[in-house]
Write a protein that binds this ligand. Structure first.
Ligand SMILES: [Zn+2]
Length: 440
């Protein structure tokens, strides 16, 4: 395949499909193919549909789909797993021992798993993922080097995706011990793309650069874009990275059926509607919310024949819009706001981690590291555990007061702040993030 480096999109015939074509392709894939397949082969889907009294033949239109198809969620998958002693939770549609499956079913991923049991993610096939569209968008081109710096999301897919744009991956670990290597390789190989950057990695880079005396603007001058993933980024961390001359492309999970990533317009993450059907529903009910309104993301794959999710309630609170984007791609966009299960209601007021993020981060000593303590959804007091690297002027009592003031000013609620050393907090997570909400 020869790729013209000057082309604007990697797959223009897909990225600029008309809305009518997106919809008719969805109907064909979902109604004609995916639903009968999943019902026949997925134990969880069949059990769920049988309990609801629904058969694939009952679903002949999207109206039928919206009206009749029952939901599944993470609890249903875990429950099936435990009742049937099935590590795939009843989702696997292929028999790994079947020789005809060779080359189709190739690996088990795990997701980053900060919210409880990590979910196994069976991986189908080889070759580049849809991320090839994003790597092209951020500026990687044939012949380039591409920094591959991944955390817990393991597997061959990203390597194949980097190869898919014709670039060569440069591997480093997402760990403090590898930061010097990352800086050295950045200067020597002059990569143009980077997947991925995370909050803790930003801190590691800053500290390593200060220790070894490296000018980060110079070290990073070859990059055209870097994907930031794993958790939301606060304004302060963003400003720091932009000071290094890096253009950030935020990536978010798309209800476990894929990922969504910003385009150069940086106004929401594009969801590829040739791969998934995304609904945004009332978090406490089943009615759709309007375009751009806060709702719960409900995902259905259109292409995953290995472990298909159908009407999966993701627990993610999002804003979804299908308004055209200035970049010229026609697929919808999603803004992730937080997790339904992370919401804390303090005296009637809803608080998500994203609501206090900027306030905590505005206090230098914290590096933006904090957790909300959530013993139950409704609480009397907003309790925060905040990490600190240094105590700052006036010692810990003064630091605590400054954080409490900043949060109160931002969300209108005075929190109770418990200060802990930063490294103690960092040990609670995988290398790229910590749980932002905890029961105790
Ligand atoms: Zn766009």
């Amino acid at each position: 395949m020869s790729l013209d480096p000057s082309r604007r999109y990697f797959s223009p015939e897909i990225e600029q499909m008309s809305r009518a074509d997106i919809d008719s392709q969805r109907d064909e894939r979902l109604l004609g193919d995916l639903i009968p397949w999943a019902y026949k082969r997925s134990g969880l889907i069949r059990e769920t549909w049988d309990a609801a009294g629904v058969k694939p033949d009952d679903i002949t239109s999207m109206d039928d789909f919206h009206e009749k198809v029952p939901f599944i969620d993470k609890d249903a998958i875990r429950s099936y797993r435990d009742r049937h002693d099935d590590p795939y939770g009843g989702l696997l549609c292929l028999d790994p021992a079947d020789p005809t499956m060779k080359g189709i079913f190739s690996a088990i991923f795990s997701t980053s798993g900060t919210t409880g049991d990590p979910t196994p993610a069976p991986f189908a096939g080889r070759g580049p993922s849809m991320l090839v569209r994003e790597f092209w968008e951020l500026g990687a081109r044939p012949g380039d080097h591409f920094m591959h710096c991944l955390f817990t999301f393991r597997g061959p897919s990203i390597h194949d995706t980097i190869r898919g744009v014709g670039a060569t991956p440069v591997f480093v670990d997402h760990q403090p011990s590898d930061i010097e290597q990352l800086l050295r390789f950045s200067r020597e190989f002059r990569p143009t793309g980077w997947y991925t950057l995370s909050g803790p990695l930003i801190t590691m880079i800053e500290e390593t650069a200060a220790r070894v005396g490296i000018d980060l603007q110079d070290a990073f001058s070859s990059y055209k874009g870097v994907v930031f993933a794993g958790e939301p980024i606060g304004p302060r961390a963003r400003a720091r990275v932009e000071d290094w001359g890096l253009e950030l492309f935020i990536q978010t999970s798309l209800g476990d059926v894929g990922a969504a990533t910003e385009c150069r317009e940086h106004d929401g993450c594009h969801m590829w509607e040739d791969t998934a059907y995304i609904e945004s529903l009332d978090p406490e009910g089943t009615t759709p919310v309007g375009d751009g309104m806060r709702g719960e993301l409900v995902s259905t794959t259109l292409i995953d024949k290995v472990a298909p999710l159908v009407r999966y309630r993701s627990d993610d609170l999002v804003r979804v819009t299908r308004e055209p984007c200035a970049c010229g791609r026609t697929h919808g966009r999603v803004h992730t706001l937080g997790r339904k299960g992370d919401e804390i209601v303090v005296d009637g007021a809803s608080v998500l981690p994203g609501d206090v993020w900027g306030a905590v981060e505005s206090i230098d000593e914290t590096n933006g590291l904090f957790q909300l303590i959530r013993p139950s959804r409704e609480v009397d007091t907003l309790c925060l555990r905040v990490g600190y690297a240094t105590e700052g002027p006036g010692g810990l009592p003064a630091l605590r007061a400054r954080i409490e003031d900043a949060v109160e000013e931002s969300v209108g609620i005075r929190p109770d702040v418990d200060l802990v050393e930063r490294d103690v907090l960092l040990r609670q997570g995988p290398p790229h993030k910590i749980p932002r909400v905890t029961r105790a």
